[in-house]
Design a protein around this ligand. Sequence first.
Ligand SMILES: Cc1cc2nc3c(=O)[nH]c(=O)nc-3n(C[C@H](O)[C@H](O)[C@H](O)COP(=O)(O)O)c2cc1C
Length: 133
Amino acid sequence: MRYAISYVSSAARDLSETEINDVLKESEIRNNQKDITGLLLYSEGNFFQVIEGEKEIIKSLYSDINKDSRHFNLIKLFEKTIQNEAYDGYKSDFISEDARYGRSDFKYYQHYLEVLDKPAKQATSQILRAFIQ
Ligand SMILES: Cc1cc2nc3c(=O)[nH]c(=O)nc-3n(C[C@H](O)[C@H](O)[C@H](O)COP(=O)(O)O)c2cc1C
């Protein structure tokens, strides 16, 4: 049985574009090494993240993320056990103004939420739409 947590947060006001990209890359590399799947997006001052994996690992990671001073105002969307098998990866991305009119694609990111059950997928899909459109 796997476990998932999803939240939205506000990026620290003084965070540069380079620092935002560091957060995204760092999480992508670490999570792919640790069998954690999900999605981390940044758009216009906000982060949206889903992390999914072994329960204790996910709880401990969320606790670390929660203390990270690079963001604040974390609002948890859900925290729950997931029946489905692990999906195939973790993705992070910076949604820039350009991407909104270009290659950003709802279906492409939704792919990373496939592991979630129906209510969780519905909740995150709505946030995801708001993030990329
Ligand atoms: C918005 C945001 C999302 C993050 N997501 C992850 C993540 O998914 N995986 C991860 O390992 N670290 C993530 N981090 C970084 C962690 O907060 C923390 O810096 C990292 O786990 C390193 O902790 P350590 O130095 O104690 O090992 C995130 C940070 C921020 C600000």
